[in-house]
Design a binder for this molecule. Structure first.
Ligand SMILES: NC(=O)c1ccc[n+]([C@@H]2O[C@H](COP(=O)([O-])OP(=O)(O)OC[C@H]3O[C@@H](n4cnc5c(N)ncnc54)[C@H](OP(=O)(O)O)[C@@H]3O)[C@@H](O)[C@H]2O)c1
Length: 329
């Protein structure tokens, strides 16, 4: 496993972070076996992963992460998130205390603003987070889903430890404006849904095979399941790209999921990939990306075969909402 520095060099984390959303067993992911969840977190540590990402919004994920990491607190970097109404100066301290209690820890290593808020000024939230930092409740302030305008409001106040963004071979929207803005501002990028919610493992042959909870994203047609985005999606381009990516992996003799994660880790500005996993086998497989550096010709070929999808989906970095409704600016 390779390691990298975030928070302007102050924090060393594994390049593969374990994403713990699905472990919460919510509406998007369906039920999760608790024994498997805890075993997956332990398997992650056994293969060198020291970075774990959760949020209050992920069902009972914080509780599970806390339980699994209880005896090994000193070995790990725990990231969690706060959002919505809890971003006010009044509510933030109690939200933070709740996360600390759920996780069974005294201090959160990386505390993210989950999404930019339209109601609460970023100035108010950052000041309240600085107070939490001064009180020893959090170590680093981070953000998620911040676009160029959101960043230009944030950066005079603080440089976040990272900006957590949706990024994968099937969702390259941040390349247009956000990744360059992060590079300019010296903000490390951590990538969420790096397997596009499992699609890049190659296990779904068509959109009809994808479980309902995952059909909400904008790559799928808005007629499907609970989608609210009202757009046409890009199902044809997505499954054409998946077939091409599978062929690149076959020719290179690589595991498709591992190759897809390694492609991200080769992009300038990307510090870590937050790969979700629901079992020890999945996280062991994903962790191999932390040891793989893609040959330039494989990486370039992957750029090429996903370019038509990149063009179709455009620069909207919100996986679920149309640009007009997204808080990502
Ligand atoms: N900041 C934000 O707004 C935000 C938003 C979304 C996610 N996140 C973070 O990013 C993390 C990762 O994103 P994500 O969970 O949406 O998607 P992901 O990492 O792209 O996909 C994870 C899912 O794919 C399947 N999978 C993973 N590895 C596999 C393997 N090797 N073989 C077969 N299937 C495999 C698993 O689900 P099945 O086994 O059920 O198929 C797993 O839950 C989350 O856990 C969360 O921590 C943050």
């Amino acid at each position: 496993m390779r390691y990298t520095k975030i928070a302007q060099g102050q924090l060393e984390v594994s390049t593969v972070c374990m994403g713990c959303w699905a472990l919460g067993g919510d509406r998007t992911w369906g039920p999760q076996d608790k024994t498997d969840a805890i075993a997956a977190i332990h398997a992650a540590m056994d293969v060198g992963i020291n970075f774990f990402d959760t949020a209050t919004g992920y069902g009972n994920s914080e509780l599970l992460v806390g339980e699994a990491l209880r005896d090994r607190r000193e070995e790990v970097v725990i990231a969690t998130k706060v959002g919505g109404r809890n971003l006010t100066a009044e509510k933030l301290p109690a939200a933070c205390e709740q996360s600390l209690t759920n996780l069974g820890i005294d201090c959160i290593d990386v505390y993210h603003i989950h999404w930019p808020s339209r109601r609460v000024s970023v100035d108010e939230t950052v000041r309240a987070m600085e107070d939490l930092k001064a009180a020893g409740k959090i170590r680093h302030i981070a953000v998620s889903n911040f676009g160029p305008e959101n960043l230009s409001e944030l950066l005079p106040l603080t440089i976040p430890a990272a900006n957590q963004l949706a990024y994968s071979l099937l969702f390259r929207a941040i390349e247009f404006e956000i990744l360059p803005a992060c590079l300019d501002g010296d903000v490390a990028v951590t990538c969420y849904s790096p397997l596009m919610q499992g699609l890049l493992t190659g296990k779904f042959g068509s959109a009809d095979d994808v479980p309902d909870g995952r059909l909400r994203t904008r790559i799928f047609n808005s007629d499907r399941a609970d989608a609210l985005h009202g757009e046409a999606g890009a199902e044809k381009e997505t499954f054409a790209a998946i077939a091409e990516i599978a062929e690149v992996a076959r020719q290179a003799g690589m595991d498709m999921a591992v190759m897809s994660l390694a492609w991200l880790l080769g992009r300038e500005g990307v510090a870590s990939v937050i790969a979700g996993a629901r079992s020890p086998d999945q996280i062991r497989r994903n962790a191999a990306a932390g040891d793989l550096i893609l040959p330039a010709n494989v990486s370039t070929r992957l750029d090429e075969v996903t370019e038509p999808l990149r063009e179709t989906m455009g620069a909207n970095a919100d996986m679920w909402e149309p640009q007009s409704a997204s808080p990502i600016r």
